[in-house]
Write a protein that binds this ligand. Sequence first.
Ligand code: PEP
Ligand code: MG
Length: 323
Amino acid sequence: QRAQWAKLVDAPSVSADGKQFEIASNIGTIADMADVLKAGSDAVGLFRSEFLYMDSSNLPTEEEQFNAYKRVVKVMNGKPVVVRTMDIGGDKQLSYLHLPEEMNPFLGYRAIRISLQRQSIFRTQLRALIRASKYGQLRIMFPMIATLEEFRQAKTIFIEERQKLQATDPGIGDDIKLGMMIEVPAAAIFAEGFAKEVDFFSIGTNDLIQYTFAADRGNECVSYLYQPYNPALLKLIKHVIDAAHKEGKIAAMCGEMAGDAIALPLLMGMGLDEYSMSSSSVLRTRSAMRSLNTKKCAQLVDQVLSNALTNEDTIKMVKTFLK
Ligand code: PEP
Ligand code: MG
């Protein structure tokens, strides 16, 4: 089977009925780029930039970050690279930032919440990103956005830094698409409000599931609540995709669910545009995608959303569909 998949390295990510999608890779460091090329990914859908901060004993400088982003963008040779701004906090701590100890780190001071309060860190990162955008197709997305004000504030800061750089380099960063992750239920529920102001969404199902079911993603005792096929979650995801499309925006997914074989027909049926996953899943997913018909997948979504009551119900329906 692996040999069959390997033949698809240069094949388009397309359904059996000819609808084009994008299958992308998630990366943490530049070392992951070898696997991205080997898998023939259509894009880097999630560059977890916090690894630049975690693999260092002090804040990475603008120059260090610029070099890292530039290398990834150049390796992709014109294909999109989505860089997520620093997602520190929660389970990812940085000793040199001296963040406060918290009762509930996952509900606390993390990701965009830190970036908006410690703006010099955020502005340094944005400048490095804007400068790197000259070398390919770089996109930026913000993690853990819960309210429209947060997105607007982040966007304003981005525009300010871009203007400063444009004083000496006219037009730099003008084509950067700005998006947000959908990881917080409030953002998913109000996707229609965000869709007007973003260029794209990327659904982070690892956190979205954690927050939707109020179950720590790292706690074995409650791991039964990790339910990607639960109708509550599926409805939320469909709502986000529909809201993006109503405004002509791209809907992507970069959580584990994007590379899941059971989820694939459901996500294709909902019309999800981009699937970003571990590079090791790209070819398997492309192969499966090429055997699926989007109209039949859409019927499956209807059937699941009107009949499934549990995670297990959905699994059974999808398995029958795939047979
Ligand atoms: C997610 O939450 O689904 C996601 C992609 O981000 P991370 O796993 O890095 O939190
Ligand atoms: Mg996340």
